[in-house]
Write a protein that binds this ligand. Structure first.
Ligand code: SAM
Length: 326
């Protein structure tokens, strides 16, 4: 039986959050996804990716000639957030790492895929009074793409993690793409937390006591979050996992750190995803990853426009309404 194939490339692939999301969305629609190129500069991210997808990503994208990248239907890129994030120096595009966006742009220009999905921290929207995002959107439009963006929260797409990210979707055809509506409820924390947790994840008696003396939670189970000024709050979901956060930034029930598997679950990775790096690397990788469920919801909205075999009626109707309405 003929099955439609969609090719894609996975830039700044990390541990493959985009790939897991897109592959799941494709399989649900009887489409065969095929990754034709991946890249990440980090050796440990490459180790995780290779273990799970059977291919070792290429390294530094700035060193790769765009003409050497195979043609593809869709480009994915969760480009590094440091230049824009509140943690970084807020230098944005003037920071050299900010120019990694221009590596995406040169690949789009050379390869002209049908569509792309980019992801970054929500601070990108307000950075430099909105000028940074404006430059990005303008550059993408100049490359011939119709572009939409939205700030989405992983919590609205079934994951118990408050993680807000800007998602930019671009497509060559003038379709009427809309972002997915929030899907409630999110998975309960009880389905994320492991039952028998090694002692090494528990905070010291001193830390636990200090937390419990200053905070009483209204939820069980809960994840306790200590902000920069030492205030503690707790919720029946996790605050955003962060690659570089201090060890006790998030504590389950005020007692213990999250295990690597719990962190991967909070990002929507299935338990079949193999974790082959140290706890420290796993924490960094989970903190850097894109929430799988959120990107899958976006991919499911985009698929009818890029997959020839899917029912195009709705697409054409939307096109008619928009462009042929008198
Ligand atoms: C925000 S993370 C993306 C994570 C990914 N979306 C995931 O789900 O795991 C950004 C990634 O860009 C990678 N990176 C940074 N500079 C790079 C470069 N010059 N070339 C290739 N990858 C780079 C980092 O190693 C990091 O894994």
């Amino acid at each position: 039986m003929y099955q439609e194939k969609l090719t894609f490339i996975d830039l700044f692939c990390g541990i493959g959050g985009f790939r897991v999301a897109f592959e799941e969305a494709c399989y649900e629609n009887d489409i065969v996804p095929k990754c034709v190129f991946s890249s990440d500069i980090d050796k440990f991210a490459q180790d995780s990716y290779e273990e799970n997808f059977g291919e070792r990503p290429y390294g530094d994208i700035t060193k790769i000639n765009e003409e050497d990248i195979p043609d593809h239907d869709i480009l994915f890129a969760g480009f590094p957030c440091q230049p824009f994030s509140i943690i970084g120096q807020m230098k944005g595009l003037s920071d050299t790492r900010g120019t990694l966006f221009f590596d995406i742009a040169r690949i789009l220009k050379a390869k002209q895929p049908k569509a792309f999905i980019l992801e970054n921290v929500k601070q990108l929207v307000g950075h430099d009074k909105g000028k940074t995002l404006k430059v990005i959107l303008k550059s993408l439009k100049e490359l011939g793409y119709h572009v939409n963006y939205s700030v989405l929260n992983a919590l609205d797409y079934g994951l118990p993690q408050k993680r807000e990210r800007v998602v930019i979707v671009g497509h060559r055809e003038p379709i009427m793409f809309t972002f997915p509506n929030p899907e409630k409820p999110y998975k309960p924390l009880s389905e994320i937390l492991e039952k028998n947790v090694n002692k090494k994840y528990f905070a010291s008696d001193y830390i636990q006591e200090k937390r419990k003396n200053s905070h009483k939670s209204s939820y069980y189970p809960s994840i306790w979050h200590e902000n920069k000024s030492g205030n503690i709050c707790s919720y029946p979901y996790s605050c955003a996992l962060r690659a570089g956060a201090s060890y006790n930034y998030l504590l389950v029930n005020g007692e213990r750190r999250l295990t690597p598997r719990e962190m991967f679950r909070l990002q929507g990775f299935p338990d079949t995803y193999r974790i082959v790096v140290s706890d420290g690397q796993a924490r960094k990788q989970a903190g850097n990853a894109v929430p799988v469920n959120m990107i899958k919801a976006v991919a499911l909205k985009l698929l009818p426009y890029v997959a020839i075999g899917m029912d195009q009626t709705a697409v054409l109707r939307e096109y008619d309404l928009r462009f042929n309405a008198s």
